[in-house]
Design a protein around this ligand. Structure first.
Ligand code: SF4
Length: 255
């Protein structure tokens, strides 16, 4: 049985994309090699987090020591199950950084007839392919050049991996959501190029206006409604399911 590093396990409502508002049990895996400037889970980027916080339904937090076993994660999921749960959400950090561990947990959850939902930045097409058979839903980010996720020299490789994860997800019949965080002055041509690459693929395409982290509140990074109209209209030239959805959990003040 595998062990890995998990930052937190909790039950909440999905806060992004077309499944916003659905109850999920979240397992947030530690570690992420990217460095998006708007990151709101920077505490989860350390791959060797010592402790895993489990927020149980009685609102009490129990702390488990990492590395935590697959069975221990499954036990937490079992305790957090409520009748309204839509799926188990594997998030991060970056869950593909712990692909073998995530795969083992997802296989176990699937054997218990639970649905699996992965949120990933698509950093590795090979890692995604290794676990995708256990997933029902995939929300795959495409990072833009101005996100600062990787150095400019590494951007094309990241983008190719993201596209390959999306194709691989669709090929397996996984319901596939593509999310792009947009900031002020996002180049229309960049969104157009992405949509051109996605044309013909069965994806739900989400433009997510950035939520400025507290240290950027005065930096005016949020796109205007005029910009969002223009980006959405551009996407509409190539794709069918286009949504502009902010992070709704920020309005609800929940994690
Ligand atoms: S991919 Fe996610 S966790 Fe990683 S730096 Fe970007 S926003 Fe943060």
């Amino acid at each position: 049985m595998k062990k890995g590093y998990v930052t937190e396990i909790f039950s909440s409502f999905q806060g992004e994309g077309p499944y916003a508002g659905r109850r999920q049990i979240f397992a947030r895996f530690a570690g992420c090699p990217l460095s998006c400037f708007y990151c709101d889970t920077s505490y989860a980027r350390d791959p060797r987090q010592k402790l895993c916080n489990v927020l149980f339904l009685d609102k009490k937090t129990r702390i488990k020591r990492n590395p935590i076993s697959t069975n221990a994660v499954i036990d937490c999921i079992k305790e957090l199950l409520t009748p309204d749960v839509h799926s188990i959400c594997y998030t991060g950090g970056e869950p593909l950084s712990s692909a073998a561990f995530v795969k083992e947990i997802a296989a176990e959850a699937k054997s218990r007839h639970l649905k699996n939902f992965i949120e990933t930045s698509g950093i590795s097409a090979r890692a995604f392919a290794s676990l995708a058979d256990y997933f029902d839903f995939a929300s795959i980010d495409i990072k833009l050049r101005n996100h600062g996720a990787v150095e400019e020299k590494d951007y094309d490789r990241l983008y190719e991996n993201e596209l390959e994860c999306i194709r691989s997800s669709i090929d397996r019949g996984i319901e596939t959501i593509v999310k792009v965080v947009v900031v002020k002055n996002t180049p229309v041509e960049e969104i157009e190029g992405i949509c051109e690459d996605l044309a013909g693929l069965d994806v739900k395409f989400v433009l997510q206006p950035v939520t400025a982290p507290s240290y950027l509140q005065s930096a005016n990074v949020v796109p205007s409604i005029k910009e969002l109209f223009e980006l959405s209209e551009t996407a509409g030239l190539y794709l069918h399911h286009i949504m502009v959805i902010p992070q709704v959990h920020k309005f609800m003040h929940i994690c």
